[in-house]
Design a protein around this ligand. Structure first.
Ligand SMILES: NC(=O)c1ccc[n+]([C@@H]2O[C@H](COP(=O)([O-])OP(=O)(O)OC[C@H]3O[C@@H](n4cnc5c(N)ncnc54)[C@H](OP(=O)(O)O)[C@@H]3O)[C@@H](O)[C@H]2O)c1
Length: 235
C-alpha cells in the first residue's frame, strides 16, 4: 500500500513543524508549506501562500502530481495583528481573517476534491482557546478562530457521509515565535490563569493533531478539542 500523504500548512516552524514531525513519525508522507526562504530538512515541501487561491491551487496540483491526494490536511498557517479595538485598522482585521479563516477555507475547499476521490480523510483546523473565550487586543484573531468552528462543523456535516471528518484543535498559549514577543508581565499573568500553570509545547499540540489524524479517531467529527492546560474550561 502506498504511504498516506499529509499536508501541513505553515509547517516550516512552530506548531506546524511539530505537527509535521509527529505525522511523519506516525508513518505519513508529510508535505509542508512554506512561503519564503528554505524549507526544513527532512520534509517534502512546497511554496504556498494561503491568502492566494491560485497559490493554494497550484500547491495542491503539484502535491497531487508528485505524491497523490493528501488524506490528512492540517490548516495551521496563521498570523496575529494584535491591537486594542479603537486602534485596530480595517487592514489589521481583514488580513487576519484572510489568512486564518479564509486561508483555511481555501485550503480545505481545494483538499476536498481529493478527499472525495479517496472517500476518506481528515480536515484538521488549528484554532485557539481565544476563539471561545476572546482576548483583549485580539478582536480580529478571536473572530478568525471562532469562525473556524462554524466552518469545520459545516464541512463535517457536508462531507461526513463520504468518510471525511473535520475538527478543530484549539491550543492555549504555546511556546512559539507567535508568543515569543509577550513581555514577562503578560507571561506571568497567563501562567497564573492557566490551571496547569505553564505554556504548552508545540509537541503537546502535535500529539493531539496526530491522534485526530489517525484511524483511531474515525468517529470524531465537528469537535473542538482543547489543548489549553484548562484555560478555556467549560467553553
Ligand atoms: N502560539 C500559540 O500560542 C498559539 C495558540 C493557539 C493557536 N495557535 C495557532 O497555531 C497556528 C501556528 O501558530 P505558531 O504559534 O506555530 O505560529 P508561528 O510560529 O508564527 O508560525 C506561523 C506559521 O504560519 C505560516 N503562515 C502565516 N501566514 C501564512 C500565509 N499567508 N500562507 C502560508 N503560510 C502562512 C508561517 O509561515 P512563514 O514562516 O512563511 O511566516 C508559519 O509557518 C496558528 O494558526 C496560530 O493561530 C498558536
Amino acid at each position: 500500500m502506498s504511504q498516506p500523504v499529509a499536508l501541513v500548512t505553515g509547517g516550516n516552524r512552530g506548531i506546524g513543524l511539530a505537527i509535521a514531525q509527529e505525522l511523519k513519525d506516525q508513518g505519513f508522507l508529510v508535505v509542508i508549506t512554506h512561503r519564503s526562504g528554505s524549507a526544513p530538512v527532512g520534509f517534502e515541501s512546497i511554496s504556498m501562500d494561503v491568502t492566494s487561491t491560485k497559490s493554494v491551487d497550484d500547491g495542491f496540483t503539484s502535491i497531487e502530481e508528485k505524491f497523490g491526494f493528501p488524506e490528512v490536511v492540517v490548516a495551521n498557517a496563521g498570523i496575529t495583528r494584535d491591537g486594542l479595538v479603537m486602534r485596530m485598522s480595517d487592514e489589521d482585521f481583514v488580513d487576519v481573517i484572510d489568512t486564518n479563516l479564509t486561508g483555511a477555507f481555501r485550503v480545505a475547499r481545494r483538499a476536498t476534491r481529493g478527499l472525495l476521490k479517496l472517500k476518506k480523510g481528515r480536515l484538521i483546523f488549528v484554532g485557539s482557546v481565544v476563539g471561545s473565550v476572546g482576548a483583549a487586543g485580539q478582536v480580529n484573531y478571536s473572530a478568525s478562530k471562532s469562525g473556524l468552528v462554524g466552518m469545520a462543523r459545516s464541512f463535517a456535516k457536508e462531507l461526513g457521509s463520504r468518510g471525511i471528518t473535520a475538527n478543530v484543535v484549539a491550543p492555549g498559549f504555546v511556546k512559539t515565535d507567535m508568543t515569543a514577543e509577550l513581555d514577562t508581565k503578560r507571561r506571568d499573568e497567563i501562567e497564573a490563569a492557566v490551571p496547569l500553570a505553564r505554556f504548552c509545547s508545540p509537541q503537546e499540540v502535535a500529539g493531539v493533531v496526530a491522534f485526530i489524524a489517525s484511524e483511531k479517531a474515525g468517529y470524531i467529527t465537528g469537535a473542538v478539542i482543547p489543548v489549553d492546560g484548562g484555560l478555556g474550561m467549560g467553553h
